[in-house]
Every structure is written in C-alpha cells, then in structure tokens.
Design a protein around this ligand. Structure first.
Ligand code: FAD
Length: 482
C-alpha cells in the first residue's frame, strides 16, 4: 500500500491542522493526493450559492498554498463527486480514499454509495469525524431515539462528552511525484465579476485556516470574557464571528471548545461567558443532529400542521425585505448588513426572520433560500433549523404566537440606535427616541435629520398591529386543523 497513493478528499474541512483524516493518511507513509471537487450536481437545489462561492474561492486558494508548501499540491476537479472521485482513483491507482464525514442528506447518500462502489473496486474508504463534536449516531436519548429538544440534548452532552484534543498539522505531506491533471481555480468563476459585489465581504473577512485561527485567538483574548452580556448587542463585536470558518471547516468546533475552556481557566469571572459560548456551539451540534435524523428539515416543516398554514405569495414585499426597505429600521439594518458583509448578527437574524414569516406571512423557505444565497456562513443544518425555530414549525421552536414587535426589539437590543445608524445611514441623524420608529417623528424633527418618509426612507410596508392580528388568525387556523 505504501507506494499507492491515498486520495484525501477535502469538502467542508478546508484546513490542515486538527484534521483527523489527513493525519491518519500521513501516518500510513503513503503518498497523498489532496483533492477538491466543485460539485454542483449532487447537492441539487442546495448547491453552494453566491456569497459562499466567494468564500470557497478564497479558502481554496489558501488551502492550495498551504498544501503546496507542505509538499503535495491540491488537485481540483469539477463535476459529480462520485464520477470524479472514481475517475481519479482509476487514473492514479489509489489504494484508499480518506474523507471527513458530512451530514447533509445528499452527502450521507453519496458516502454510502461510494463505500459500495470503492469496495467493489477493492479501494479502501475511510471516513473520519471532525466537523461535529460528536457523531450523531452516538447522541441517543434514554429511549434510544434522537433528541428533539435542545435542553436535554445539551445537558446530556455536557455530562458525557469531552471533545477530542486537536491533532497537529503534518509537517510534510508526501506527494505522488507526478501531478494528476487539475483544473485552475480562476476558471471556476467563484469570484463575482460584472458586477463585483464582493468588496464588502473582503473588507470584513479573512477566509482560510490562518484567518480562522487568528479569529479564534482574537475572540478568546478579547470578547469571550463579556460574551454572556455582549452577544445580544448587534452594535458590539460581542460574538466570535467564527461561523463561516466553522461552515467551511477551516477550524473545528473542538478547537473552538478547547480554546474557550482554556481561556476561561485563565480569566476570573468569565465562567458564565465560557459556558454560554459552549452552549452556542451545541446549538450547531443540535441542528446537525436534527438534519441528520430528519433530512427533510430544509424543505418541510418538522411540525406537520404547519404544512397547512395560509402563507401568502408577495413578491413585492419579499423584495423590500431582501433589499432592507421594509420601513422597520432594525430589520432593514440587518438585511443591509447581510447584503454588504455576508453576515448578520444572530439577534437581528431572529428579528428579520420573524418579520418575514409573521408580519409578511411569506413562507420561511423563501427567507431560508435568501439567506442561503447571501450568507458567507450558509450551513444547511443551522440555516434550516433556525428558520424552522423562528417559524414555530421546528422540533424545539419558539412558540408561533410570540410575535416580535420590531420597534420594541430594536429599542431593547440597539437602545442608542448605533447599529441602525451604521447600516441605514439615511436615519443617522434621527434622535434616539424615534430611530427605531421614524414615522413617530414630527415634521420638524424629520426635516432636521434630513429624513423624508416615503422618499429617503420607506414608510412601514405593514402596520405592526394589523400584521400581528393576521398572523395570529393564520395560526388559529392550523391549530384547528386535524
Ligand atoms: P457566536 O455567538 O460566536 O457562536 C459561536 C458558534 O456557535 C457560531 O459560529 C455557530 O457555529 C454556533 N451557533 C451560534 N448560534 C447558533 C444557532 N442559533 N444555531 C446554530 N449554531 C449556532 N448559523 C450558521 O452558522 N449558518 C447559517 O446558515 C445560519 N442561519 C441562520 C438563520 C436564522 C434565521 C437564524 C435566526 C440563525 C442562523 N444561524 C446560522 C445561527 C446564528 O445566527 C449564527 O451561527 C451566528 O450568528 C454566527 O455568529 P458567531 O459566529 O459570531 O456566533
């Protein structure tokens, strides 16, 4: 086996450090063939989209450099993963394929098929963990089923699981000697052109493993100690912003876990913050478990009664929401942050999602699809579980009848309007008292702040009280359905 290569198939694990599959492959002493396949076929409608493709291009460039420096350059192929992988194995006479497990429904099916096909060809197929803290098959409740409620899941997790310690990156990755045919990254058009809308993304992020490590160490050094208080304030840098790095596997959740625990040990009084942060990592874990056991999560409501909800088709208002033109400043600020940076603060994600679902009665799947396109941290499990959570149709969801008032939410979480002023600059000069509800301002105040309602900034596209009553009526309807 030593002279036959091992194909190291990279997917959402674009790093060299703490990479169990790579470390195991290197230990065999065999030459390593690192491979990435741009597969727009297998995921079907959940293929990587807009902002994620920009991130992917940057992250692959970084991985490619790191691999070249370590000794074995990355091979790039495009097409159906199964076809391309089997083709490369045949071309190179590879003895084995090593891969980090993925949990998207289509990826699970693909891995099963590959196991059979490679087995028939006498090629070993080894799958490794790393994307999650624990494999979903190992998280069983007392009845042997899967957890549908977060709190018992996280309690059970905290009791029994100590995430694996990091594996060091290999010093050297032995190459095959001759490089198989590889496509060129620049031919994949991952970077947007005409127009190039990626400038805001590039200013906000450093994709790649080095960027992920820098982000983590910066977070544990600075924001972690006040995470419990500051994480709900969208104007502050109070959260880790590790989500895109985790989505692309540039860092493992285990590495984040250990870094936080280690920092907590050194900083007095930060225990609550460390615990809160670990619990957020467990929301990610819980969402992945839900998707693994309920593969329809991205498309169908977990609670079946929601299939009969009287949703509305409203292309005009959907567009106003997407563009940050709803007339509700906190919603618009969030949607514009998303459009510019590929990210939105978690608290504002909840408010903006709730507005789409409950104020506009637009199906959660439309919001999910927009987030999928525009988020740099788009993650099938987190995105679908979160949208269902907000809609009230999820396994362990917010009750549907809890309808956020976007003005009160704005006043609570952005009391000085700092976040709104930044992302909705046309409201920057409004006094604090009306920055979350400009229509409450008198003509003089608005004129002094340079705001012309209906011209420089829209009037609300729905009235809160009416929208609330309409949403509750819809909910009553499905409550009565058999
Ligand atoms: P931190 O607060 O620093 O949390 C650390 C990590 O924990 C995050 O990076 C993330 O991996 C995980 N995490 C935190 N909150 C959640 C959560 N509620 N659910 C699952 N994991 C969580 N997160 C995504 O990663 N991808 C998505 O596509 C996504 N879509 C969402 C859609 C909606 C409607 C909502 C309400 C939330 C969504 N989230 C999604 C969850 C959450 O908003 C982000 O994970 C978080 O804002 C990322 O910022 P951070 O890294 O600074 O988080």
């Amino acid at each position: 086996m030593h002279d036959k290569p091992i194909v190291l198939w990279f997917r959402n694990d674009l790093r060299l450090g703490d990479h169990a599959a790579l470390a195991a492959a290197v230990r065999t002493g065999a030459p390593i063939l690192p491979l990435y396949i741009l597969d727009d076929v297998s995921p079907d409608c959940w293929k990587m989209s807009g902002a994620s493709r920009w991130w992917l291009g940057e992250s692959l460039a970084a991985l490619s450099n790191d691999l070249a420096r370590s000794g074995s350059p990355l091979v790039l192929r495009r097409g159906n993963s199964e076809t391309e992988l089997l083709r490369l194995v045949e071309e190179t006479g590879a003895a084995a394929v090593y891969v980090t497990r993925s949990y998207e429904p289509w990826a699970v099916v693909l891995e099963q098929r590959l196991k059979t096909k490679l087995g028939e060809a006498n090629v070993e197929f080894h799958r490794f963990g790393g994307r999650l803290l624990r494999e979903p098959e190992d998280m069983r409740n007392a009845e042997g089923g899967f957890y549908k409620v977060y709190t018992p899941f996280s309690r059970a997790f905290m009791k029994v699981v100590v995430p694996a310690k990091a594996v060091r990156p290999p010093e050297r990755v032995t190459s095959l000697g001759h490089q198989p045919k590889s496509e060129r990254l620049r031919d994949w058009s991952l970077h947007p052109e005409k127009p190039d809308w990626s400038k805001g993304l590039a200013a906000a992020w450093q994709p790649g493993e080095a960027g992920a490590r820098a982000r983590l160490s910066d977070f544990v050094r600075t924001a972690l100690k006040s995470y419990a208080q500051d994480r709900n304030d969208p104007a502050k840098s109070g959260t880790s912003r590790l989500s895109p790095h985790l989505a692309f596997g540039e860092i493992t959740p285990a590495a984040c876990w250990h870094a936080a625990v280690h920092a907590g040990g050194k900083t007095n009084g930060s225990d609550k913050s460390v615990e809160t942060f670990l619990k957020e990592l467990l929301w990610r874990e819980f969402s992945a478990n839900l998707l693994f056991h309920f593969p329809e999560l991205p498309d169908k409501p977990f609670r079946k009664e929601f299939a009969g909800f009287p949703w509305r088709k409203d292309a005009k208002r959907l567009k106003a929401w997407q563009r940050g033109q709803t007339g509700y400043p906190i919603v618009d600020a969030g949607m514009r942050e998303l459009w510019t940076t590929g990210y939105m603060h978690n608290r504002v994600r909840m408010i903006a999602a709730s507005f789409l679902i409950k104020h506009l009665l637009i199906p959660w799947q439309s919001g999910e699809a927009w987030f999928w396109d525009t988020l740099v941290d788009a993650d099938l499990a987190n995105n679908s579980a979160s949208w269902q959570w907000v809609a009230g149709s999820g396994a362990d969801a917010a009750p549907y009848f809890r309808i956020f008032n976007p003005v009160l939410q704005g006043e609570k979480f952005d009391p000085d309007g700092e976040y709104v002023r930044h992302w909705v600059p046309e409201l920057a000069h409004l006094p604090r008292e009306i920055v979350h509800a400009p229509w409450k301002g008198d003509a003089d105040t608005l004129a002094q702040a340079g705001v012309k309602l209906g011209k420089s900034y829209p009037n609300p596209i729905v009235e809160h009280g009416e929208a609330r009553a309409r949403a509750l009526a819809g909910y009553e309807l499905i409550k009565k359905s058999p």
